[in-house]
Design a binder for this molecule. Structure first.
Ligand code: CO8
Length: 262
């Protein structure tokens, strides 16, 4: 047992937080303790109105997250496995619905539960050395942290089934081709690119950012009529904000807007 923190938090600037999973020797594998600490850190971040974007990454050069911790799962019975899967799903759904945008900076292996963590983020940027897959089938199980649900929505049913049934591990380039990730960058540039994108997002008004995320996520599951209604209601709320006036005035005055999140 180590008393070292399993999640390292660092502020990249006033409004961008970085959470780094800190078990590099175990390829940042997710056990209950890691998931709990990640959940706690995210809850703290969500309470802090000044943070407007979160980056999640893994420690070390080799892995984002190598999966759920196989050692901690091996002897689980059905009840324990159900609890672990339920908790993992709870954390992933919390990330997906976090009020502010989440970027996964995928710095190496994103396998099994690690891929499922990345799938919960809003945006996935990977380094060239990253590798992706759902190798659970090789362990006699299948994805249990939301992968069977999120993967098909992102890459399509056919590709999700191929990955889940074969357990094949694919390169960052193939993952980009499959629409699994937004972008592939050089390993040494990953954090710079991701921080730049996070800072760009954080420079916008938090009101339309949060509303847009909510409408996209909720509307995605609904018929177009319901989604459009949600869009119209939330969109019109922006017109009660100072930031909408500032954004449009700044455009017409040919200057950069200064948003106050009001
Ligand atoms: N769990 C625990 N330990 C791990 C994991 C993992 N998922 N992945 C790697 N490690 C450990 C290794 O055991 C090794 O430890 P040690 O040095 O003590 O032997 C260390 O990390 C380094 O790994 P390797 O020596 O294996 O490194 P290689 O470069 O040779 O290989 C691989 C890298 C290919 C990534 C390899 O480590 C591997 O195949 N890892 C397992 C990948 C995997 O199967 N992931 C899926 C796990 S199952 C899952 O995620 C299910 C999610 C839903 C759970 C719901 C539960 C109910």
């Amino acid at each position: 047992m180590t008393s070292e923190k399993l999640i390292l938090k660092e502020m990249k600037n006033d409004s961008v937080a970085l959470l780094k999973i800190n078990r590099p020797k175990a390829l940042n594998a997710l056990n209950v303790e890691v998931l709990k600490e990640l959940y706690n850190e995210l809850q703290e971040i969500e309470k802090d109105e000044t943070v407007k974007c979160v980056i999640i990454t893994g420690s070390g050069e080799k892995a984002f997250v190598g999966g759920a911790d196989i050692g901690s799962m091996k002897d689980m019975d059905t009840v324990e496995a159900r609890k672990f899967s339920e908790f993992g799903n709870e954390v992933m759904t919390y990330i997906e619905n976090l009020k502010i945008p989440v970027i996964a900076a995928i710095n190496g292996y994103a396998l099994g539960g690690g891929l499922e963590l990345a799938l919960s983020a809003d945006i996935r940027i990977a380094s060239e050395n990253a590798k992706f897959g759902t190798p659970e089938i090789n362990l006699g199980i299948f994805p249990g942290f939301g992968g069977t649900q999120r993967l098909p929505k992102i890459v399509g049913l056919h590709k999700a089934k191929e990955l889940i049934f074969t357990g094949e591990i694919i390169t960052a380039e193939d993952a980009k081709e499959a629409n699994l990730i937004n972008k592939v960058v050089k390993q040494e540039e990953l954090m710079e690119v991701v921080t730049k994108m996070a800072s760009k997002i954080a420079s916008k008004s938090s009101i339309p950012l949060k509303l847009a995320k909510q409408v996209i996520n909720r509307g995605y599951e609904e018929p177009i009529e319901t989604g459009s209604l949600m869009e119209t209601s939330s969109f019109s709320v922006c017109f009660s904000t100072e930031d909408q006036k500032e954004g449009m005035e700044a455009f017409l005055e040919n200057r950069k807007p200064t948003f106050k999140d009001k």
